[in-house]
Every structure is written in C-alpha cells, then in structure tokens.
Write a protein that binds this ligand. Structure first.
Ligand code: ADP
Ligand code: ASP
Ligand code: MG
Length: 409
C-alpha cells in the first residue's frame, strides 16, 4: 500500500459538480488501497474575489488581515470535499493549515514553510480516513494565519509529501502536465513526459505558473517524486526528474513568459564606481525584489541603468528612485509597465553553442525589439514590449521546433 499526496487546483474544484468528481477520483484511489492526503485550493476565482473585497476596504490591505481573509477560500473547499467523500461512504477529515501546524515564518502573504507536524495526519490515516488539507496556508509560532503566495497550494502539497515521505506527490490541474510552453498561448505546445528539477525551477521562476516555484524547490531538496497531471483527462502527465535519470535531452525544454513585471530606467547618472549600488540599493532595501538589470555607458561619461521589478512594486520603486534622483544626480527617472519577459530554458544549453543567436534571429524576423537580455547557464531571457509577447513565444517555439522534438523519450 502506498501513500499519495494529491493536490487539486482551483479550476479542478470550481463548482460543487467539480468537487463531486474530485471525490469520485479520490474514492477510486482509495478503492485501490492507497492512503490519500488531498490538498485543495480555493474554488476558481475565489482568492481573487476575496482580494478584491479587501481592496474595496483598503488600498493597501494590512498583510496580517489579508491572510485571514484569503485563507478562508481554501477552508470552504476542504469542508465540501470531505462531505462529498463521506456521502460516498469514505471516512474523511478536513484540516486547515493551522490545525495540522504547517508552521511558517511571519512574512504575511508570502510566508515560507518552516516545519510540518504530521502527527494528526498520520493518526487520521491510521484510522482509515482520507485527510483533506487546505492548501496555501500555515500558521506562525504565535498562532497567526499566514498564506504562502499565489499558487501556494502546490507548495503545501509538496511539503506534506516530503514530511510524510509519500510515495508520490500528484499535482492535478486543468492541463495534461507541463508543456513546452503554456498550451493556452501556443496550440502546438507539446506535453513533456519528463522535465528535470533544474529546468522546472527555471520555468516556474520565469513565469510558467503550472507549479509554484517553492514547490519545485522543496521537491528538489527533499527528493519528492513529483508529477503534474490533468484532473479531467487520464494520462501519465509530467514527471519531474533528477537530471541523472534523463536519457538524451533536447537542447531546449521550453519557453516561459512573464507579464507581471515593469521596467524602471534611471537616465544620465554619472559613470563612476558605486553608481549601480546607489540606484539599486535603496529599492532592494525596501524589500523589493529586483530582477534583470542593464547598464549602458554613453560616450559622454554618463550612464543609463534599467531594471525590472514585479508590477505590484513598480509605483513604489518609482517613488524611491524619484527621491534618490537628485543625490545621484540623475537626469530623469522613467517607469514602463508595458513590458514582458520571455525566456528559453534547457539544460542542453550547456553543451550547445549558438542558442542565443538563434533566439535573437527569431525575434528579429518578427521585428521585435529586445530591450534587455540576461543569461544564465540554462536560460536566456529577453525583455520586450508587452504587446509582442505572444508573438515572441510562438516564434521561439517554432524556431526551436519544440512542437516536434521527441524529448528523448
Ligand atoms: P491550478 O489552479 O490547478 O493550480 P494554475 O492556473 O495555477 O492551475 O496552473 C495551470 C496553468 O498553468 C495552465 O492552465 C496553463 O495555462 C499554465 N501554464 C503556463 N505555462 C505552462 C506550461 N509550460 N505547461 C503547462 N501549463 C502552463
Ligand atoms: N488559492 C490560492 C491562489 O489562487 C492558492 C492556490 O490556488 O494554489 O493563489
Ligand atoms: Mg496553481
């Protein structure tokens, strides 16, 4: 008998009818003799609805209260799913994150899991019950409710699977697994049967929201067998694997994209040591995450520095830069919210030259201007104008022939 942790995302529990079919699915696994821990998200749209209510009351809702509010979404789903299981004759018990002590730090709205206490879960499994846990939430040492950031139910599931040493962690969602790119953007996106942790980590951090990045980090660190698969269609989905297990890999695993960034540019600062620090320092000291950075020195001894931040942090970053501008001194400060980042990811880049130039050629063919380029060992990212994002993703997918590769399987 094996222990499986299953996570069902928002669209998989979007209505009572959906919850009923999740209950049928869980019941089938029970019937095969598996112990099951289910993690569920809030019903589709619910987290957004709750967040919008908060913003009606307060422009910048208090993070602590925001967490109390948002965590309520998942609490609805656990209760309904347990009822549906009980009606089918299965013992089932629901728990909030706090009840099973998913202990987190106190960074409200983006808390990190520190520890998971499995004793109540094990106890319930021992009694033959299905355990249903509210995703996306935890509790601090002091007893305050926290949430784990958008998409955080994935991380709850992986953390539970790690703590319980589960045989597999299955992330059920509304697509058949991890694709070469978002199948909603590119018709020819191909389902990957395997993807390495390393690649998945890059894809998730560069915008592929099919898995929350922390879930992938956790799974890699604790070697949790992790699979992404469809709630609605049968199939093996995508297994996230260690690289060593891979046979021959294609050069590129996939294309990721991110709209949720903004670009700030500080123009005409002096070209001298310490200037990048004087520009970026005050922004990151306010807890704002700075992503890609580029600096251009002009012949006249002045510099332009551009960098990107999350779109939610854009206005705040602009205000910080406007404050420090006179002391730099800077000629001007600009904010551009209409940008997007498109990235190519693949472990095969390590051993293949010429990927970057092929990428730039594909974008040039579409007349797409590249504003910023960054690379690391297994990824190349470009920042472009937002309106060209989908075109860029499609043309890169085509240029690297991602729809046709056999992916070494
Ligand atoms: P859930 O509510 O189940 O957590 P999400 O909406 O968070 O689902 O994640 C699934 C979505 O991720 C898909 O519907 C798809 O649009 C998107 N997505 C983005 N990139 C990829 C990718 N490379 N492979 C699969 N899905 C992707
Ligand atoms: N309900 C939360 C969200 O929408 C968590 C999740 O679904 O993973 O982000
Ligand atoms: Mg999700």
């Amino acid at each position: 008998m094996s222990l499986i942790v299953q996570k069902y995302g928002g669209t998989s529990v979007a209505s009572v009818a959906h919850i009923e079919s999740v209950a049928d699915k869980v019941a089938r696994f029970r019937a095969r003799g598996h112990d099951i821990v289910v993690v569920v998200s809030a019903m589709a749209g619910e987290t957004n609805r709750l967040a919008a209510l908060a913003h009606e009351v307060m422009a910048q809702p208090t993070p602590r209260e925001m967490d109390v509010l948002l965590a309520a979404g998942e609490q609805v789903t656990i209760a309904l799913l347990c009822m549906a299981l009980e009606r089918r004759g299965h013992g089932a018990r629901s728990f909030t994150g706090g009840q099973i002590r998913i202990l987190t730090d106190d960074s409200h709205t983006r808390a990190r899991i520190r520890e998971v206490d499995c004793s109540r879960v094990r106890d319930q499994l021992g009694q033959g019950n299905v355990v249903v846990v509210a995703g996306f939430q935890g509790v601090t040492e002091q007893g305050s409710i926290t949430t784990l950031g958008r998409g955080g139910s994935d991380t709850t599931a992986v953390a539970l699977a790690a703590a319980l040493a589960a045989d597999e962690c299955q992330i059920y969602t509304d697509v058949k697994g991890v694709y070469t790119t978002d199948p909603r953007i590119v018709d020819g996106a191909r389902l990957l049967h395997h993807v390495t942790f390393e690649e998945m980590l890059e894809l998730a951090s560069l915008g592929a929201k099919v898995l929350q990045i922390r879930a992938v980090e956790f799974a890699g660190k604790y070697k949790v067998p992790l699979r992404v698969l469809s709630t609605f269609e049968e199939g093996p989905g995508t297994l996230i694997t260690l690289e060593e297990q891979e046979m021959e890999k294609p050069t590129i695993a996939g294309v990721a994209f991110e709209r949720n960034e903004a670009k700030l540019t500080v123009k005409g600062v002096p070209d001298q040591p310490g200037i990048a620090y004087k520009v970026i320092g005050p922004v990151s000291e306010q807890g704002i995450e700075v992503d890609v950075i580029v600096q251009n020195a002009a012949a006249d001894g002045s510099n332009d520095i551009s960098f990107t931040v999350k779109r939610d942090d854009a206005e705040r970053s602009l205000r910080i830069l406007e404050q420090v501008a006179p002391s730099l001194p800077a000629q001007s400060v600009h904010l551009d919210t209409k940008i997007a980042k498109v990235s190519l990811v693949g472990v095969g880049m390590r051993s293949h030259a010429g990927i970057a130039s092929r990428m730039f050629q594909a974008l040039a063919r579409e007349n797409i201007n590249i504003q910023i380029i960054t690379t690391s060992e297994i990824k190349i990212s470009v920042v472009i104008e937002e309106k060209y994002m989908e075109l860029a993703v499609r043309s890169l997918h085509g240029a690297f022939d991602l729809q046709n590769h056999e992916n070494g399987q």
